[in-house]
Design a protein around this ligand. Structure first.
Ligand SMILES: O=P(O)(O)OC[C@H]1O[C@@](CO)(OP(=O)(O)O)[C@@H](O)[C@@H]1O
Length: 742
């Protein structure tokens, strides 16, 4: 084309490139007339780094890039010595001679030809001449691109040693070769290996679920106002409301300013131990909720207030995936569903209502929906004391009825106030067993939130009896009743009073869970339910049950990358990892020996598959969703290397590890989103499950079971060679840890 430089026309580089960094050099040969070359394969031989010598037998073969083009790429330091080389054609058969191109050697300096010929000529035995066009391309590359291309090379060319294993497998016999370890080393007295669970875990002991619900605003001494002030830039700053009984400290790391956006502050909430014997201790509120949608002050366009971190240049919504997508869709098309949702529990006492409410709260929070659990019993105890006898609950006791309606109203109003300050889903936990009470709540909700009634019906007398006994042991209502039998009689009397006036739900939007506790049969009836979140709630409830079973979480045995401090990758096990896999197999054998069924889940990465290897007798299933967080371009690097070579990325992750997404990789929030099907399946399973996975993934799973705030997930301790046993039972979640080796 007229005006094109010679270089642009023929692809040649005539001036030496003097650019800092590593040089990625690609040399190509093109032979448009393939038929002439027969089985002669293009090679390159030359000085370092192209080869140790000019010996043709050590020449580097070029890769076929297309039908007519052959390519060889290599990396050289920026100020490399002149590289000398020549093209060769080597026959397939080593006995035949090879042909070296005519003319003097080619010289590359700084990635550019030094007067090199643009054609390579080969004179064959029969005086036939073969002509190839030659090209060179040099690019400066970062160590990360280099690492990525090396990884791609490895993944493509080095077969994983476990690739032959099908997605679902079971080995019924110990593998030979794996057992050359003295059985004495593996003699496991399980109790001997128990180590304390982290003290911050609220579920390391049994907790009465109602204790950790919301504290009343008007009874606990705090205020419930929205404080609104002007920020430095003159735009209003909306503070998260305070919750009574909690001390608030603004989390400066989440204060952000973004052009055209309302400045917002997400508040970390430090909760001192709660009055009612809460086991939670100090915890930090997750500080992420349904993204608030605000209108830009500088333009007509709507923007989404996503708690952006000023240092994270690829800023990520506070709650990723579906939560953020729903917020955007609402903003563009108008809200499809009511922004605030109240799940109003309905049931007789001791039907698993509070347990179901707590479980649903935990699930919705983990997904990033701002959810709180309001337990009217807690309000009652704080207002009227915890030693009310059955009489208080009689429908023909006017003072009792007034007092109970009053605390219900108070809790409901607290819930609505919290919603108006940005809360999304309130779980309203009381018996709400008469139409009259439910009408009262519907009136209070009018124009302020949508109500879905969630009724739990249980017809299994054994389950009811078990729940009643648990209530006497755990509920603060009976903490001061020393005689268990007296407590039992009183509570049964209370239940009878409720039964007299109980009216099943027929009105409004509702979900009925009928005999779902055992996990055998049961049914869910749904009336007038629509929308994304209600749909998701129904799906969750359909899959959940109360059959007790353990879930064992463990990281793979130490990998070779772990030893070298490299993240990600797909390396095999170190020597210590090899030992752990054998110990783990023994542990599983012993711990699950009385179980009729169990299942082993691994990721698709070889370090988990190899760790599961010696476990016998249980099916093994590989889940891609259990793969480690994808570190994108940083995969295979050490944290030190990232810090040195990509300081901005390192800093961004350090500042907000939860939301930080590796370039071309994932964030912790991404990992949580992809784990949702795993959670649903874990809830659905009735047999024990052993999950052999990775640090980031197990942090997210563990946070779900122990109701840890999203913000804390990236720092949860999940050590190597340790098994975290989660027991899901009728009374809640219990945790135990076994450390098999260092
Ligand atoms: O989020 P951080 O703390 O980096 O932890 C995740 C990292 O843990 C590691 C080990 O450092 O997991 P893994 O156990 O699978 O080897 C890395 O591969 C992974 O990137």
């Amino acid at each position: 084309m007229a005006g094109d430089s010679e270089e642009e026309r023929d692809g040649f580089n005539h001036t030496p490139l003097r650019i800092p960094g590593l040089l990625y050099v690609s040399v190509k040969m093109e032979n448009p007339n393939l038929t002439l070359s027969g089985d002669l394969l293009p090679h390159v031989s030359g000085s370092f780094p192209l080869g140790p010598s000019w010996d043709p037998s050590k020449a580097l073969s070029m890769e076929r890039e297309s039908a007519t083009v052959w390519e060889l790429s290599f990396v050289v330091p920026p100020n490399h010595e002149a590289l000398e080389f020549k093209f060769l054609l080597k026959p397939n058969c080593i006995d035949n001679p090879c042909f070296v191109e005519e003319g003097s050697s080619r010289v590359l300096v700084g990635g550019a030809w030094q007067d090199g010929d643009r054609m390579a000529l080969f004179r064959l035995d029969n005086d036939q001449v073969l002509e190839y066009r030659v090209f060179v391309e040099a690019k400066r590359i970062s160590p990360f691109d280099l690492a990525a291309s090396w990884r791609a090379y490895q993944e493509n060319f080095r077969l994983s040693s476990v690739r032959g294993i099908p997605d679902v497998s079971i080995n019924s016999e110990h593998q030979t070769g794996n057992e050359n370890i003295s059985s004495a080393n593996l003699e496991l007295d399980l109790e001997h290996y128990i180590v304390p669970s982290p003290s911050t875990s609220p579920s390391s002991a049994l907790a009465y679920a109602a204790n950790s619900t919301e504290n009343p605003r008007s009874l606990g001494g705090g205020s419930a106002s929205i404080s609104s002030s002007m920020g430095d830039d003159g735009v209003p700053m909306i503070n998260q409301p305070e919750t009574v009984g909690e001390v608030h400290a603004p989390d400066q790391s989440k204060v952000y300013q973004s052009p055209g956006m309302v400045k917002s502050q997400s508040v970390g909430t430090i909760c001192p131990p709660q009055k009612e014997g809460s086991l939670r201790g100090v915890s930090i509120d997750r500080g992420v909720g349904f993204p608030r949608l605000v209108k830009s002050s500088s333009s007509d366009a709507f923007t989404t207030n996503f708690n952006l971190d000023p240092v994270t240049k690829n800023s990520i919504p506070a709650a990723a995936g579906a939560v953020a997508a729903a917020a955007i869709a609402d903003q563009m098309l108008g809200p499809k569903e009511h922004r605030h949702l109240a799940i109003v529990m309905v049931s007789l006492p001791a039907r698993g209502k509070t347990y179901t409410a707590a479980k649903l709260t935990r699930y919705l929070r983990w997904l990033g929906h701002n959810t709180k659990h309001f337990n009217v019993g807690k309000y009652r105890r704080l207002k009227h004391g915890s030693s009310q006898s059955a009489d208080f609950f009689r429908a023909d006791n006017p003072e009792g009825v007034v007092a109970r309606n009053e605390v219900a109203k108070m809790a409901f109003e607290d819930m609505i106030s919290w919603m108006q300050e940005g809360g999304q889903v309130g779980i309203f936990d009381a018996t709400n067993s008469s139409k009259q009470r439910r009408n009262m709540l519907m009136k209070l909700a009018e124009g302020r939130c949508k109500i879905i009634f969630l009724e739990t019906i249980c017809n299994d007398v054994d389950i009811i009896e078990r729940n009643i006994r648990f209530k006497i042991q755990q509920s603060p209502d009976y903490a001061e009743v020393p005689d268990f039998e007296a407590g039992l009689r009183d509570f049964k009397e209370r239940v009878a009073y409720y039964e007299k006036v109980y009216e099943t739900v027929e009105e409004g939007s509702h979900i009925k869970m009928i005999d779902m506790a055992s996990g055998h049969g049961g049914q869910i009836q749904v009336n007038n339910i629509s929308g994304y979140l209600p749909g998701r709630i129904v799906f969750f409830l359909v899959n959940t049950h109360l059959t007790p079973r353990p879930i064992l979480l463990t990281r793979h045995g130490e990998s070779r990358f772990n030893v070298r401090g490299r993240i990600g990758g797909d390396s095999a096990l170190s020597e210590a990892g090899e030992l752990y896999k054998k110990k783990l197999a023994k542990f599983v054998e012993k711990r699950l020996k009385s179980e009729r069924a169990a299942c082993i889940w691994t990721s698709t990465l070889q370090r988990t598959i190899l760790t599961a290897g010696p476990i016998v007798g249980f099916p093994k299933i590989q889940w891609r969703a259990l793969d480690e967080i994808n570190a994108g371009v940083c995969d295979g690097m050490t944290y030190e290397e990232i810090k040195k070579n990509m300081p901005a990325e390192y800093e961004s992750r350090y500042k907000d590890k939860l939301r930080y997404r590796y370039p071309r990789g994932e964030s912790y929030l991404d990992v949580i989103q992809r784990l949702e099907p795993v959670i649903i399946e874990l809830e659905r399973q009735r047999a024990p499950v052993v999950v052999i996975s990775h640090q980031a993934v197990l942090r997210a799973l563990y946070a779900y079971f122990t109701d840890r705030p999203l913000q804390e997930i990236p720092d949860i301790e999940v050590p190597l060679h340790t098994i975290i046993e989660i027991n899901l039972g009728v009374t809640g979640v219990e945790e135990k840890r076994y450390k098999l080796m260092d």
